[in-house]
Design a protein around this ligand. Structure first.
Ligand code: ZN
Length: 215
């Protein structure tokens, strides 16, 4: 699987595009593009590579990960899929942005295609497995690509850090137990693509992440 990243909006969110070469199907994860320039860059990438967008996936429904979910759903006629446990967040998207003092023009979103633990989504013959990782938000998900040896972790796990749990719906004990059960149990050489910042590997985080070592 090819995994391309677009770093978008005021909090440098990683929007990922999964694809398999020119003319293949594609999935976009966490479309946080906040303006026309950022949306145009993603549209151009899709057009230049002749990609057919299959769906949009959300690791969770914090504003910085979902700002262009409706835009993509409308433009490409695709579904937005995520955990419905976070719908209370998507439904107050404008307020979430305002709470951070960010003047984005956006509408609330309501996810109707709910994803559950161990659901599988097919893309170009490879399976993406849904892992529930609540704690950063109640509906946090990670997307595991066993064949490619990587996981898109959203804001649950970062390089040497973990997601914040002080926002409404966050729960530190729950996040640590999600990480231990769902992510740290993956093979050590699994590459972790995070919601912000650089990628890491599961084995490295087991050895070096202070939140995992000392919590
Ligand atoms: Zn978040």
């Amino acid at each position: 699987m090819n995994i391309s990243v677009f770093i978008v909006n005021h909090v440098a969110e990683n929007c990922y595009i999964l694809w398999n070469g020119k003319g293949s199907e594609a999935i976009i994860i966490d479309p946080g593009m906040c303006n026309k320039r950022e949306r145009d860059a993603v549209d151009r990438f899709i057009k230049d590579n002749d990609l057919r967008l299959k769906c949009v996936l959300l690791t969770h429904q914090h504003f910085d990960h979902i700002l262009s979910a409706s835009y993509l759903a409308d433009k490409y006629g695709v579904e937005v899929q995520a955990s419905k446990a976070d719908n209370y967040l998507g439904e107050r998207l404008p307020q979430q942005a305002a709470d951070f003092g960010l003047p984005y023009e956006c509408e609330p979103i309501t996810v109707t295609h709910g994803l559950k633990d161990r659901d599988k989504i097919e893309l170009n013959g490879e399976y993406i497995e849904v892992l529930e990782v609540p704690g950063h938000t109640p509906g946090g998900l990670a997307f595991y690509l066993a064949e490619s040896g990587c996981v898109i972790a959203g804001d649950s796990l970062f390089r040497r850090s973990i997601g914040r749990t002080d926002l409404p719906g966050g729960d530190a004990d729950q996040l640590i137990s999600s990480l231990r059960k769902q992510l740290l149990s993956l093979p050590d050489d699994t590459v972790v693509y995070c919601g912000h910042g650089e990628a890491t590997e599961i084995g490295e985080e087991k050895r070096l992440n202070p939140y995992i070592l000392y919590y």
